[in-house]
Design a protein around this ligand. Structure first.
Ligand code: PLP
Length: 431
């Protein structure tokens, strides 16, 4: 057992003054038991908690730290921006550079607006879709998470799923009624819903590769099918690439699957670890956003110099080093093959879903293709696996319904360490 006394003491203090002791529910260890670790610092592939324990990090801040922690170019850029004052509330050159860079890396994005989080990005994107189409309803997929905006807390995956109240109190009935849901990977269901609500649907939003019910890839032809339905019915197709953007390829999932949405939402990697989001897409839609058009959306700290500096350093590095994605995929394949071998050895009911450097080990014998199949997972067994991995110095997301993220800082030696920890953990929990 590791000594985690400082973390435990901090958690006791935190609970007095912060709801549940954490500033985002997924950080609590409620789904896996025990108390959350308080992290003091991180470098490269490793996290260090307040008690000085070292962990291989497979969360990577839920995605952003794709280059590993405290990457020198990002750190340097932030330091430089800080020395010129952290915020002005006026336009800056970095924002122009950022917009140009995003549009060059994601061709479906012709104009882009910076915001401060993924939640803000998706909330703004559906407002724009509604304003642009003059329609009220949106379609979302069961188990997809799009941040904590009211319209999205309906069948909302990970956090909400882990804690078992998919429909949050505080979301009005009216708002809930405007969000229609269908299972992921079910084109027929979308077709029927669109037919039934002809002329009323403003937008269809989804994670093109789901990360928030665990990693679930789109079935062959699914994204193309959605594109066709939306084009035919004048529905704004929104790819929420807050997680997948700049992770699955330079141009996100849309480049990987070669399907162009009308709007794209971004976050996580785009901020290099600072709080940033963005939404963008077709010129004619984005030109309806204030002050170019009538749809209002604003932000005091939007395009913040430090956040732009971190994001620019990150994106430039990814753009200039396209080989990074092959390397990440290679590491992912190596780890997954290593894990797969053990699974067959222990005759466990589990399967691995995997796209690029995102993957999830589901403790179920079902093939996980949607929310219903994800929910067949044995979360008690996952909790044991999580604790066994943690005690061996590997930090997984504390929920079955999350994707794990690799960083470029994970080399072959560290990958071997992950595989060995998993091997021992599976042995321990199947005893
Ligand atoms: C994380 C996430 C969000 C929310 O972003 P925040 O910055 O946490 O508000 C939205 N959509 C997806 C797909 C995400 O993974």
């Amino acid at each position: 057992m590791k000594n985690i006394s400082r973390s435990t003491a901090l958690f006791e203090r935190a609970k007095q003054f912060i709801p549940g002791g954490v500033n985002s529910p997924v950080r609590a260890f409620k789904a896996v038991g025990g108390n959350p670790l308080f992290i003091k610092k991180a470098k490269g592939a490793y996290l260090y908690d307040e008690d000085g324990n070292e962990y291989v990090d497979l969360i990577n801040s839920w995605g952003p730290m794709i280059l590993g922690h405290a990457y020198p170019a990002v750190e340097e850029a932030v330091r430089e921006a800080l020395s010129c004052s952290p915020s002005f509330g006026a336009p800056t050159a970095r924002e122009v550079e950022m917009a140009e860079l995003i549009c060059s890396m994601i061709p479906s994005v012709e104009k882009v607006r910076m915001v401060n989080s993924g939640t803000e990005a998706t909330m703004s994107a559906i407002r724009v879709a509604r304003g642009f189409t003059g329609r009220d309803k949106i379609i979302k997929m069961e188990g997809c998470y799009h941040g904590h905006g009211d319209s999205f807390l309906i069948s909302a995956g990970s956090g909400a799923l882990t804690f078992g109240y998919p429909d949050s109190p505080g979301v009005t009935k009216g708002t809930a009624l405007d969000t229609l849901t269908v299972p992921f990977n079910d084109l027929n269901a979308v077709e029927l819903l669109v037919e039934k609500n002809a002329g009323q649907i403003a937008a269809l939003i989804l994670e093109p590769v789901v990360g928030n019910m665990g990693c679930v890839p789109p079935a062959e032809g699914y994204l193309e099918g959605l594109r066709k339905i939306c084009s035919k019915s004048g529905i704004v197709l929104i790819f929420d690439e807050v997680m997948t953007g700049f992770r699955l390829s330079q141009g996100g999932a849309q480049q990987l699957y070669n399907v162009k949405p009308d709007l794209t939402t971004l976050g996580k990697i785009i901020g290099g670890g600072l709080p940033v989001g963005a939404y963008g897409g077709k010129r004619e839609i984005m030109d309806s956003v204030s002050p170019a058009g009538p749809i209002y959306q604003a932000g005091t700290l939007s395009g913040n110099p430090m956040a732009m500096a971190a994001g620019l350093a990150m994106l430039k590095h990814l753009k200039d080093n396209p080989g990074i994605y092959d390397a990440l995929n290679g590491t992912a394949n190596f780890i997954i093959q290593g894990l797969q071998k053990q699974i067959s050895k222990y005759r466990l009911s589990c399967s691995i879903n995997h796209v690029g450097s995102m993957f999830t080990l589901f403790f179920t014998d079902k093939k996980v293709i949607d929310f219903a199949s994800a929910k067949t997972s044995d979360t008690v067994l996952f909790g044991k696996y999580f604790q066994a991995m943690l005690s061996r110095g590997v930090y997984l997301a504390p929920s079955q319904y999350e994707a794990l993220f690799l960083s470029a800082a994970i080399d072959k030696t560290i990958a071997d360490r992950i595989i060995q920890a998993s091997n021992e953990s599976l042995e321990e929990i199947t005893k």
